[in-house]
Design a protein around this ligand. Structure first.
Ligand SMILES: NC(=O)c1ccc[n+]([C@@H]2O[C@H](COP(=O)([O-])OP(=O)(O)OC[C@H]3O[C@@H](n4cnc5c(N)ncnc54)[C@H](OP(=O)(O)O)[C@@H]3O)[C@@H](O)[C@H]2O)c1
Length: 306
């Protein structure tokens, strides 16, 4: 289960999941493209990567290995990540689903601003279409921006209505949500069908435990962002101990835990490294036994007690 194992065994990446009410089926282990943009000092996800060819190689190998779900946004870079995806993969394989998101824009200093007006959303749709080189976007997530870092209550009716209109015009196939509460999901589902929800969740951030189970009952995909902990990957003695017991790496265990947590979870680990990509894809063949699951679940319990 160590680095480099991924290539021969990943054709079926942790089984598949069919998005709610529609005929889109994706392998449960996908890829998040945010890490393909560069950084400029403190400005993260900003500008081109140091090595564009390496970024292209990561995307091509992901798809060659069976990844058919890529998560992106036109505000990564901005525009950079989508243009690299297009350069690497266009014309796209028929089964590839590219999921993008709207709701933010970047200021010159790198900060993330809310972009949820009708004009901003419409411009963002056209930016995504142009930079990805497609006539219609497979799935667009509307990102809640009441708080940049966590779901916060507030109505999303106005921006969602705009997205629904753009869907009616044929520019979007399916709509999802990101950084949202259960109340916002319920509000959204009264306006338009929702096929997936993308919130922050991983071994140590389990605020959405109840929500995941609710969505599983409705067959709606839950796509955790920061599945490996985000910019500072997860570190925990218990995780390392389980990984060494299972002859896997901590990141493989973190991903396999997500995939075992609930059948509606789709993983989109991000990496700019081929070595890490192969390691992460290797998680699809890792089964975590019950006693190791108990140890992993205790990581969160211990954090709650501190
Ligand atoms: N909806 C939202 O608000 C939102 C927010 C954030 C992210 N996202 C989406 O979620 C996706 C996943 O999140 P993420 O990429 O930010 O975080 P992540 O997948 O949790 O972790 C990525 C970080 O882990 C490192 N990494 C990856 N594989 C590794 C391995 N095997 N060993 C050690 N380090 C490893 C990466 O560095 P290397 O490049 O060096 O591998 C990177 O620093 C993003 O790509 C994006 O599409 C959505």
């Amino acid at each position: 289960m160590n680095e480099g194992d991924g290539m021969n065994t990943t054709a079926n990446l942790a089984g598949s999941f069919t998005l709610h009410g529609i005929s889109l089926t994706v392998n449960r282990l996908g890829y998040g493209a945010m890490q393909l943009a560069g950084r400029d000092g403190d400005k993260l996800v900003w500008g081109p990567p140091r090595d564009v060819e390496a970024a292209i190689a990561v995307l091509r190998e992901a798809v060659a290995s069976g990844v058919n779900h890529i998560d992106t946004a036109d505000f990564y870079g901005p525009h950079v990540t989508n243009r690299i995806i297009r350069k690497a993969l266009h014309p796209y394989p028929g089964d590839l689903i590219i999921v993008t998101k709207l709701g933010a824009r970047r200021k010159e200093d790198g900060s993330w601003l809310t972009a949820l007006t009708r004009e901003e959303l419409t411009t963002a749709i056209h930016d995504n279409l142009r930079n990805l080189g497609v006539d219609v976007l497979d799935v667009v997530n509307l990102r809640g921006m009441f708080n940049l870092h966590r779901p916060a209550e507030g109505s999303i009716e106005a921006p969602l209505t705009v997205l629904a209109e753009l869907q009616q015009k044929g520019l979007i196939r399916h709509i999802g949500l990101s950084n949202v509460t259960s109340m916002q999901i319920a509000e959204a589902r009264r306006i338009v069908p929702i096929v997936c929800v993308q919130n922050h969740y991983n071994l140590t951030n389990r605020a959405d435990d109840v929500l995941i189970d609710e969505l599983a009952r409705e067959d709606i995909a839950y796509v955790p962002y920061f599945p490996l902990g985000g910019f500072t990957p997860l570190q925990s003695d218990a995780l390392s101990e389980v990984a060494s017991r299972l002859r896997a790496t901590p990141m493989q265990v973190a991903l396999a835990w997500l995939l075992q947590r609930s059948p509606n979870i789709l993983a989109i680990p991000g990496t700019s490294s081929l070595v890490h990509l192969r390691e992460n894809l290797g998680a699809s063949k890792l089964q975590i036994p019950a006693e190791a699951l108990a140890t992993l679940n205790s990581i969160h319990e211990q954090r709650k007690e501190v």
